[in-house]
Design a protein around this ligand. Structure first.
Ligand SMILES: NC(=O)c1ccc[n+]([C@@H]2O[C@H](COP(=O)([O-])OP(=O)(O)OC[C@H]3O[C@@H](n4cnc5c(N)ncnc54)[C@H](OP(=O)(O)O)[C@@H]3O)[C@@H](O)[C@H]2O)c1
Length: 472
């Protein structure tokens, strides 16, 4: 009888078979929210599954979704094949079959409970929710640290642009001295249209709403709140300070006139809604300015060149010098890109699925132990910037008398010019650019000038966006 020879593997084959590691288990993701961002995460994950898995070193799978309306959620996810649909996000936060919870619903009430519960149940959390982190970030970061879990939020600031990673990782060796950003796409779209098409604020807002760049209630964006949330998070990472939303000086763009934007352009500037955090020595201590307001930026500066809904951030570090980041600040897939980057980071952790804490890892707010006392936050009054004073005369205006009045208040004028009126038939406007002047002094001098000349005086801050100098 013919006996088939037994094929016994060579000793080398035995050894290599023993060495081949078992593929790591998939990272099991539970997602809350299947709207603009959630559906984008689903789409990009499916489209780029192979390369994402290869880069992550393991498969990343959305295994469960929590939604108020599970039928609607399934429809947003192409029927959600193989996904458990849950009606209660808290159930998902406690689900033993989930390693990471994605919070992509928004809000600061229920969302806080979900994120807190997920961390306590030993899950890592990825969120795009800047409002949540700006208001409850400190407490949630402490919960994450206590339970040895990661709370990641790259998508919460500047959408697709990896600014949190840049500050917390790429620039971690630097003493950051200042940062300035255009962080709200809605406001930037409106300002771009005011400048490019000469629209007033109301007309530019209506256009932004028609094109889906602004919500029906735009307050959160145009009044500066959204940019303030993002600035509070950036400052915590840049300066090792607590998240101080309460300390951010916030002014929006609602009161801007098209004449303000035209006057800025006449002098070679663009108007941007800027978020600025800057370190300053104050009576021997380090203090930080935190402010969001419209500001004139030199027209050729990279921040001034950001059009439409684009976001950008300029960072000054003592070792790196200046670094500039820009890109899509919102939208379904740009935001999903940042959410998935956080998921890939998590998938790369060796003990991601283990119930044991994953160790100190990357600190949620950029610093494990804050060095010394947290820096104080400067009020707006002493913050020095140059100012544009735009004088709209009701009657004849004597330039010399105006300059003398400003000098009496201690305000030096560096440049002055007359500009044609924005509205036909109006009087020419006197435009003055001051030397860097403390904010309270500039406000007081403006009020005096208005009373003295009878002209309407509009004041806008100027931000040179260069590395801080002693004079500023
Ligand atoms: N959109 C962007 O470009 C962008 C960019 C950066 C960051 N973000 C942030 O990402 C988050 C999500 O934004 P989004 O634009 O995707 O919002 P969205 O389109 O309104 O979607 C929100 C999703 O969350 C669900 N949801 C809301 N409350 C819920 C609850 N109590 N229980 C269960 N599900 C709930 C909604 O379900 P229903 O269908 O039942 O309402 C919807 O699926 C927000 O924090 C936002 O600030 C958004």
């Amino acid at each position: 009888m013919f006996v088939e020879p037994q094929l016994s593997p060579s000793p080398e084959v035995h050894a290599s078979a023993r060495r081949a590691p078992a593929p790591p288990p998939a990272l099991r993701v539970g997602m809350i929210g299947t709207g603009t961002v959630g559906s984008g995460v689903w789409r990009v994950l499916r489209r780029n599954q192979d390369l994402i898995n290869a880069r992550a070193g393991r498969a990343i799978e959305i295994v469960a979704v929590a939604a108020r309306n599970t039928a609607r959620a399934a429809a947003a996810l192409d029927g959600a094949p193989g996904v458990r649909l849950l009606a209660d996000p808290l159930q998902l936060a406690a689900d033993p079959g989930v390693d990471v919870v994605l919070e992509l619903a928004g809000g600061t009430g229920a969302a806080r409970d979900w994120v807190q519960a997920a961390l306590v149940h030993g899950k890592h959390v990825v969120t795009a929710n800047k409002a949540l982190l700006a208001t409850h970030g400190e407490a949630l970061a402490q919960t994450a640290a206590r339970h040895g879990r990661v709370l990641a939020y790259e998508a919460a600031v500047a959408g697709s642009v990896p600014v949190i990673k840049a500050l917390r990782e790429g620039l971690a060796a630097n003493r950051i001295t200042a940062l300035a950003g255009v962080l709200n796409g809605t406001s930037n779209y409106i300002l771009t249209r005011m400048q490019a098409a000469g629209l007033g604020f109301a007309a530019a807002l209506t256009e932004a709403q028609a094109l889906g760049y602004a919500e029906a209630d735009p307050a959160f964006d145009v009044d500066g709140t959204d940019a303030a949330h993002k600035l509070a998070l950036l400052a915590a990472n840049a300066f090792g300070m607590p998240v101080r939303l309460d300390a951010v000086h916030v002014e929006g763009i609602r009161d801007l006139q098209r004449g303000d934007v035209a006057a800025a352009a006449h002098l070679g500037y663009a108007v941007k809604l800027l978020a600025v955090a800057e370190q300053q020595e104050c009576e021997g201590r380090v203090a930080i300015q935190l402010r969001v307001h419209p500001a004139l930026v030199p027209a050729r500066h990279p921040l001034a060149l950001l059009d439409g809904a684009t976001n950008g951030l300029l960072v000054h570090g003592d070792a790196a010098g200046s670094a500039f980041f820009s890109g899509a600040g919102a939208g379904s897939e740009p935001t999903a890109s940042a959410v998935l980057a956080d998921l890939i980071d998590l998938a790369r952790l060796p003990a991601v699925s283990s119930p044991a804490p994953t160790g100190p890892g990357v600190p949620t707010l950029g610093t494990h132990r804050r060095a010394g006392n947290a820096p104080a936050v400067l009020p707006m009054a002493p913050v020095k910037t140059p100012h544009l004073l735009r004088l709209l005369p009701g009657a004849a205006l004597c330039e010399t008398a105006v300059l003398r009045a400003l000098a009496r208040d201690g305000v030096r004028v560096r440049r002055r010019t007359w500009a044609a009126p924005v509205t036909p038939g109006g009087a020419p406007e006197l435009l003055l650019l001051t030397a860097p002047t403390p904010d309270a002094l500039a406000a007081q001098a403006t009020a005096h000038l208005q009373a003295y000349t009878g002209a309407q005086v509009r004041r806008l801050r100027v931000e040179l966006c260069s590395a801080p100098t002693d004079e500023q």
